[in-house]
Each structure stands twice: as structure tokens, then as C-alpha cells.
Design a protein. Structure first.
Length: 229
């Protein structure tokens, strides 16, 4: 069995020092000497860390560690996959659905009254957009409703996948879908989910979520045939 590849010198340093010195890092020259690698190699390692969302590098500010998020790594990887085969978005959408269903009961048990109020407000805002003149697609409300349900899990891996899904959902173009009947059905499911949560009926909410995800996956299967740009 192969052992996992070790972290680069800079990632090891970052893991050990990201919470020290108020996040202020030495200059590249000092870091290079401390880590025993060339400045060119250090820059390459820092670029990997930046791509993973682990650091921010700004002129006159320097290197700043960032709170850990799984989203950048997932998003970049899935984007690469979609650039080769846009149909893979269906598989990613299916994964997201299974994750939401698997964590449903754990997530909704953590919701507070303020979260329920937010969910109700999102449904009301979305319905107002759908019934307004002109009709507006409530994509932001759709995204925020789902993420609100799972945000208190405090699980960076679950949240990273879900956040990445919604970012790519928008890039693939599914947020532009203009079938009014479809949108009405989606928000009817959301209304059922939120009503059930407000009553403490997690099983009814789960059923509405399951039916909703089947509808979303059918849409994703059709949308995945589009070219991913």
C-alpha cells in the first residue's frame, strides 16, 4: 500500500503557523531560507496553496492565511472535469443530492428559530419574484435556502461540496432556466419543506426534499448536455 504524498514544505509551514503572529508571515526571502528551498520553488508551492484557497497574497499586505474551505479544491477539480465532459455535471448533481439527503436529519435538528425565519423569508421573496412583472428567476434564494438548511453542520467538507455545486450550477447555466411551470413546482416543494420544518415534522420535510431533488436531477440531466464554458 502506497503511503500518501507528504505536504510540500510551505503547506507544512502553513499548517503549523497559520494561527501564529496574527497571520503575519515573513518575507519570501526569509521563508525561503527557513524552509531550505529556493524562492522559485516557494512561489510554486504558494501558488498551489493560493489555488486551494489556503492563503491570500496581496501587494503591500503579503501572505495571509485563510480559514479552511473545501470549496476551492472541489470547484477547480470539477471545473476541469466539466471542461472535458460537461455531462459529468449530472453525476456531481447526483452526489450533491445524496449528500443533502444523508445529512438532512442531522442538519435540520440544528436549525434555530432565526434559521426558520430566514427560510420562510426566502420562500416569500422567491414567490414574489415569480409572481412579479417581469418574472425574475429566484436563483439566489434557491441557493441560499439549501445552504441555510446545512450551514449549522459545521462540516467543511459537506459545505464545500454544496457551495461548489451552487457555484457550478450557475456557471453551467441552470439558473437561467425559464420554464415557469418548472420554477413553480420547485418552489412548491420548497414551501412544503419549510412548512414541515417550522412544524417540526422532519420526515415530511425529508419527503418533500426527496421529491424536489428528483425534479432537480431531471433538469440537471437535460442541462448537462449544454457546453460548459
Amino acid at each position: 500500500m502506497m503511503s500518501p504524498e507528504p505536504l510540500s514544505e510551505f503547506l507544512q509551514y502553513l499548517a503549523l503557523n497559520s494561527h501564529k503572529n496574527n497571520g503575519d508571515f515573513p518575507t519570501l526571502a526569509v521563508l525561503s531560507q527557513e524552509l531550505g528551498i529556493s524562492i522559485a520553488s516557494l512561489r510554486e508551492q504558494m501558488e498551489v496553496a493560493r489555488a486551494l484557497g489556503l492563503i491570500e497574497v496581496r501587494p503591500r499586505v503579503g501572505i495571509r492565511p485563510q480559514p479552511y474551505s473545501f470549496k476551492p479544491a472541489v470547484t477547480r477539480s470539477v471545473k476541469f472535469a466539466l471542461s472535458q465532459n460537461s455531462g459529468l455535471f449530472y453525476e456531481f448533481s447526483d452526489l450533491r443530492g445524496h449528500i443533502e439527503m444523508a445529512y438532512w436529519y442531522q442538519a435540520v435538528a440544528l436549525l434555530k428559530q432565526e434559521d426558520l425565519d430566514t427560510l420562510k423569508a426566502l420562500v416569500e421573496r422567491a414567490k414574489a419574484k415569480l409572481h412579479g412583472q417581469p418574472v425574475q428567476i429566484p436563483h439566489e434564494e434557491h441557493r441560499e435556502l439549501h445552504l441555510t438548511i446545512y450551514r449549522r453542520l459545521n462540516n467543511p467538507f459537506v459545505l464545500g461540496i454544496l457551495e461548489s455545486y451552487w457555484e457550478l450550477y450557475e456557471e453551467v447555466g441552470l439558473n437561467l432556466y425559464n420554464d415557469y411551470g418548472y420554477l413553480e413546482r420547485v418552489w412548491d416543494y420548497h414551501q412544503r419543506m419549510v412548512n414541515a420544518l417550522c412544524k417540526g415534522d422532519f420526515a415530511a420535510g425529508y419527503q418533500a426534499m426527496m421529491e424536489h431533488l428528483k425534479l432537480i436531477n431531471l433538469r440537471a440531466r437535460g442541462g448537462a448536455n449544454q457546453r460548459f464554458e
